[in-house]
Design a binder for this molecule. Sequence first.
Ligand SMILES: *[C@@H]1O[C@H](CO)[C@@H](O)[C@H](O)[C@H]1NC(C)=O
Ligand SMILES: *[C@@H]1O[C@H](CO)[C@@H](O)[C@H](O)[C@H]1NC(C)=O
Length: 733
Amino acid sequence: MEAPNLFLLLLLNFLCCAADTYKGTSSIIFNTNGRSYYFFDVYSLPILHSPQPHHETRLTDGHSVNFNGQFPSPSASSVLISLLPNQTAIRLTSHPPPLQLIYVTERNDGVSNIYFDAVYYEGSTNARRRSALESVQDRIQIPLLAHNVIQSRVSMKDKPTVTGEYLVYVSTHEDPGIPQASWAAVYSTHMKSGLTRRLTPHGIADFSPAVSPSGTFTAVASYGEKGWNSDEFEDLTTDIYIFLTRDGTQRLKVVEHGGWPSWVNDRTFYFHRKDNDQWWSVYKATLPTEGPVSTETVTVERVTPPGLHAFTPATSPGNHKFIAVATRRRGSHHRHVELFDLVKKEFKELTRLISPETHHLNPFISPDSTHVGYHKCRGEPKGDESGQYILENVRSPIPGLSLFRFLGMFPVFSPSGDRIAYIKSEGGSDKTWVINTDGSNRRMVYDKKGFSTAWDPVRPGIIYTSTGPSFAPESAKVDVVAIDIDSDEEDNHKVLTLDGKNNAFPSPSPDGKWVVFRSGRSGYKNLYIMDAVEGEKAGLQRLTEGPWTDTMCTWSPDGDWILYSSDREQAGGRVFDVYLIHPNGTGLRKLMPEWRGGRTNHAYFSPDGKSVTFTSDYSGISAEPISVPHQFQPYGEIFTINIDGTGLKRLTHDAYEDGTPAWSPNYIEPINVQDTRADYCDFEDCRFLNRMPRPLFYIGVASIIAAAEYHIGVVSLMSLGHVYFSCEIFQIG
Ligand SMILES: *[C@@H]1O[C@H](CO)[C@@H](O)[C@H](O)[C@H]1NC(C)=O
Ligand SMILES: *[C@@H]1O[C@H](CO)[C@@H](O)[C@H](O)[C@H]1NC(C)=O
């Protein structure tokens, strides 16, 4: 026994030091909509008549983002205990047992894994009621998927359940090879051997798996063969399928249009869908006891009434008395967990009574029906808990490439890598900021509304941006400006465009002489090149021309190419592809010639000019959007590809919107930089849940008001549109 251990030790030692001296080649920085503010932890609340704040127990440890919990069933719990080393197993079988939880955590450098925690509270050894005053005495924390599997295959994990000796969950580690097809699929891992089996057929995506109490069946939300419709990211037209948990066989569609299933017994499950009356509601599906199972033989009945949104239902085995749901009620912008009494047909509020101004997501019920769990933002971190990062190292699947999530839109590193320019809202308007890469010296450098950023490669401290409204028409006044961020003068900027039309997305040539930008001056947004120092008055040349939109341009490091996004194949729609063109107007080609009908934006060259990073809907959505906070475009993920269109790699895997990637000129060490002024829990619930049908009585009055607003409010409608999209980082046009 001794020799192999020693060998292993030496090997680990070698790996550690090799890693220490390893230098990468380059880095990519990007933004994730809202993710920096989540601070999710999983909580538990006893099901009592009138819960008090001190009844709520936090189950996870305040590190990273923890969500989508499940309490293990008694049989799952004994299997989990049998997997543990001796000492730990003995502690777990202590009386009374610790609280146990299976959940998703992003503590692996922002990449998700599934953990099992057993939590001992002081006082849990006697029968005294737990309260928030009692502290966690001890915690056993075990990753359920092997570290090396997680490290070597960056992916998203979601919605775990332990059934028997198996962990059933969603993972996005396999590329179906079809543009815009989701990579989310259900897998089952034998926890003792690590052997993993895919339960979802290849080429199909499944979301929100739920395992039946006996473990026999798994239900999922899926588009099946029809695939994801790229415009769908609010109410999904997924159907519910069931299959054998054992091996994924006997797959059957059982309900048309539904998501987030949750079983009561092997014949009955609840799910959600948006009803024709526009309310999200919970439904009950009952499989026939005899004969074939199909969408025709399964009985479906609506459970929750109109008048409020009720979704993400949770059940406990054999419990026909109540379910737990998340709700959105009229007059509140917060999502809460409530019980719905199935006998009396009435709601019983839980979380609103203890923290009304906090979102509570994705409830789950303990197997004995005594507790409900959910995740919510933990607020300002205490003690050694992790806080908010301005720059967060995210595990990259490409050796030598470090990857950073930045708290701010359009982040770009300066030519020497020591500073970052970005756009962030201040006082309700997006302004231009600069911060040192180590988090120091944060300052606003331009106080006018703007979007997009680029550093001059030659003149130190000069950055370019566009000032004016984003998502504005061709004729809106948007100007390209150069800002001297190190100038002490109040007037530290120079407006480079003169025509008063929509001029944006400046990118300088590597010699610092020219700036390429998009302009709406002809009536269409096409690309132009102007003098970088004096602006268009010293020279202007048109680069592209056509009745479509060319935008988001960047110049290659060798000066030979300009990369941009265009909808020229389907002008005026939502389809955008990436193109390359020489600055002299020759050589036009599509970067991914075989991609059709997708949305790919914000392309940016690597420092060696051989690769390109961009954000795209290539991998569809990864989870039901209603199960995460508001995302404008939840399908946005960051990719890289060689400039010959080969070697596509997906860098990010999550249910959030990742956008505006930029490659740094040099390698930045993978570090986390703490934010000094954090906006804890500053995120919104899904905006589509704000839409609530009005009671019939008001409809007449409302339509008169709406008609009046239409006649007087063209300008306000436009600015409303802007407010709506101001955080959208996937495509800012
Ligand atoms: C502890 O481990 C030993 C050997 O590894 C095994 O024989 C024994 O049964 C274990 N004890 C318990 C309580 O699991
Ligand atoms: C246009 O520019 C490219 C590279 O920048 C060059 O290879 C090509 O010869 C140029 N074509 C003309 C007609 O000048």
